[in-house]
Design a protein around this ligand. Structure first.
Ligand code: BG6
Length: 364
């Protein structure tokens, strides 16, 4: 027992409302409707000069980087993408002086991410870190950064550090946006959205018992799909990753929009799908795809928002509090942590130390 919890992963999931609240303290600036990220060591003039953002991380950090890229494109309207640092470092990447490179890592010691940082710097690029462990190699070697302040994370499957990364990207996106075309009102809207995150995370965690019941059923299947569209796709990727890591079940993430271009052939009673269906401008399309799956007798778990009418859909559902569209990915990810945890628990796996994995891979 760890402070009343059976596993570190459980403890770390439940710490999130408190740690996120702490992370936000002093960083949200109501006067200018922006985020204060002094650690970046970038003047507004420098922030404004970047024409592109390239995010690099491994595993879950790479997927959260994709959420971050969406937030940056949405709020700052600069092209942004996230790439696996483990690939980037081996492909002779083009380093541009007007690109802001962002290395994202819980441990700050992942060798692939660290080598990517060094490669960027050797070629004259500017790289900042979104790192949890203070004084770690990536934190020290970057040209500035944002500490995640999630506190120690012990479980191999990352939970709270990822939530902090996503919140960190939201702050970076609003800071980049507010020196560009993001209005004061929109800045305020995002800042107010961020302030609600801790309570909203707590509201998702309160649904643990319900999610645990669904998880037991899902864990019985040897394979499952996680689907999401646009902002929901990185959520699906991270959900599948977490599920694989600790349940050892095959879980594949797919863009909802691509289902009809191939994977629909696999849908049957034996293959459950976890569908991310936020209440946003793509809602009708996502509901339509869920009906396509149901029509082929695929069992469905829909992760959605309050007020969403799924019609006659035969599906289990988890309802997550709605935030601003640009920030929804942060909260939609939380039930997938609980889903993976309870699936692994019902299968009797070693949750904090899954087979074949290390907390951080510091060697080649
Ligand atoms: C992998 C871990 O090796 O490294 C993942 O198994 C983790 O869980 C990834 O997301 C990146 O780690 P870090 O410390 O760089 O965020």
């Amino acid at each position: 027992e760890i402070g009343g919890h059976q596993h570190f992963m459980h403890k770390e999931m439940h710490e999130q409302p408190e740690t996120v609240r702490r992370m936000l303290t002093g960083r949200l600036d109501d006067r200018f409707a922006t985020a204060r990220l002094d650690g970046l060591q970038l003047e507004p003039r420098e922030l404004r000069a970047f024409r592109r953002v390239k995010i690099l991380g491994c595993g879950s950090a790479y997927y959260v980087g994709q959420m971050g890229a969406s937030m940056i494109e949405d709020l700052a309207r600069i092209p942004a993408d996230s790439e696996a640092a483990s690939e980037f470092r081996y492909r002779n990447p083009i380093i541009e002086p007007d690109t802001l490179y962002v290395a994202v890592s819980q441990s700050g010691e992942t060798a692939d991410t660290l080598f990517a940082v060094r490669e960027i710097q050797r070629k004259g690029g500017r790289v900042v870190g979104l790192v949890n462990v203070v004084g770690s190699s990536i934190a020290r070697e970057c040209d500035g950064g944002v500490y995640l302040h999630a506190g120690p994370e012990v479980a191999v499957a990352s939970t709270k550090a990822l939530t902090h990364m996503a919140v960190g990207f939201a702050m970076l996106a609003v800071a980049l946006g507010r020196v560009r075309d993001l209005s004061f009102a929109d800045g305020q809207r995002i800042i107010n959205g961020l302030k609600q995150i801790p309570d909203q995370v707590a509201a998702v965690l309160e649904q643990e018992d319900t999610i645990a019941e669904v998880a037991k059923k899902v864990a019985a299947a040897p394979s499952l799909f996680f689907i999401g569209r646009v902002r929901g796709f990185p959520v699906a990727r991270e959900g599948a990753q977490k599920f694989k890591e600790i349940s050892y079940r095959h879980a594949e993430a797919y863009q909802t929009s691509e289902l009809k271009h191939g994977p629909l052939a696999l849908i049957s009673e034996e293959l459950p799908t976890v569908a991310i269906v936020p209440r946003d401008d793509l809602l009708e399309r996502n509901i339509g795809a869920a009906h396509e799956i149901a029509a082929r007798r695929g069992p469905l778990l829909v992760v959605t928002h309050d007020g969403v009418d799924l019609g006659e859909l035969d599906a289990a559902r988890i309802v997550v509090p709605k935030n601003e569209d640009e920030l929804d990915a942060i909260l939609l990810t939380i039930p997938l942590q609980l889903l993976a945890y309870h699936a692994a628990l019902s299968l009797g796996h070693d949750i904090d130390r899954p087979r074949n994995l290390a907390k951080s891979v510091t060697v080649e």
